[in-house]
Design a binder for this molecule. Structure first.
Ligand code: NAP
Length: 260
């Protein structure tokens, strides 16, 4: 991926900052996007010094319409951009019913609206160039109804579904599209909602360097879905097969016999 230019959202901490470090080490130039301009600038300078790559900073709150439009326009008009890491995301404190609805709506704007806008633009421009890479950061919670905040899980199910459909639409256009489904990963996402990652079962928490290294290895290997901790990807294929088994029956011209 050398001599490429990656735009990374949510690059000031956690998974996004780690993508920045690992892509810079591979020789990629970078555009870093998040709200905290000082933090982005410090990271940009250290990556430039360590790896000699060009790193620019675009401070933006992706829940603000005009900021999102500015990043979207960069993605559309900067023809050097070859990769989008659509990573910025947040969660909210508590389960769905008791969580603040204002915070929930902000989360929907960031995790769904902003990600969709940038996915749409990247898909259009990369398709027109017959080249490019899009990584959409979902979560294993896309597959989970049993725990966590239901609205957060639903935003990640949205990301997974959107990304799978983009893979179908972009097949044959030489655009790589990867859905990354991290499990619990040691980042700031927990402390941002007043929790501590140290309270979680240690055997379930991956170090962020390992997570991103696995994600990039999965991308190199052409994986459409990367779930870094799953040893047996046959489990994912069985899950997909079971989903496929119902498809011939989900839209027919008569109700099932149990309803007659
Ligand atoms: P993190 O350390 O909290 O990083 C979140 C990043 O998003 C930060 O750079 C933050 O920077 C940025 N961000 C937050 N609100 C923003 C906004 N309104 N506009 C622009 N940027 C914003 O969390 P993380 O764990 O690395 O999360 C990255 C992605 O991984 C998210 O999509 C998350 O849902 C997903 N994920 C995380 C885990 C996990 O266990 N950590 C598991 C599965 C999926 P600023 O504060 O500077 O804006």
């Amino acid at each position: 991926m050398s001599h490429q230019l990656a735009l990374i959202t949510g690059a000031s901490s956690g998974i996004g900052a780690t993508y920045a470090k690992q892509l810079a080490a591979r020789g990629n130039d970078l555009i870093l996007v998040a709200r905290d301009a000082a933090r982005l600038s410090a990271l940009a300078q250290s990556l430039h010094e360590a790896h000699g790559v060009e790193v620019s900073v675009l401070a933006a709150d992706l829940t603000r319409h005009e900021d999102l439009a500015r990043i979207d326009s960069e993605l559309r008009n900067n023809t050097r951009i070859t990769t989008l890491i659509n990573n910025a995301g947040m969660t909210v404190e508590g389960e769905f019913i008791d969580a603040s609805i204002d915070q929930t709506q902000t989360m929907l704007t960031l995790n769904v609206v902003a990600l969709t806008q940038l996915s749409h633009t990247a898909a259009q421009v990369f398709r027109s160039r017959n080249a490019g890479t899009i990584v959409n950061v979902a979560s294993v919670l896309a597959l989970v109804n049993e725990q966590a905040n239901g609205a957060y899980n639903a935003t990640k199910a949205f990301v997974l579904s959107l990304t799978r459909n983009m893979q179908r639409e972009l097949a044959g256009h030489n655009v790589r599209v990867q859905a990354l489904l991290p499990g619990l990963t040691r980042t700031e996402i927990f402390q941002r909602t007043g929790r501590s990652v140290d309270d979680l079962p240690a055997e379930m928490v991956m170090e962020v360097d390992d997570l991103v290294a696995a994600a990039l290895r999965g991308l190199d290997d052409g994986e459409a879905i990367t779930i870094p901790s799953v040893e047996d990807m046959g489990l994912w294929h069985s899950f997909e097969q079971a989903r496929g088994a119902i498809l011939p029956f989900i839209s027919l011209n008569k109700p099932a016999t149990r309803y007659r």
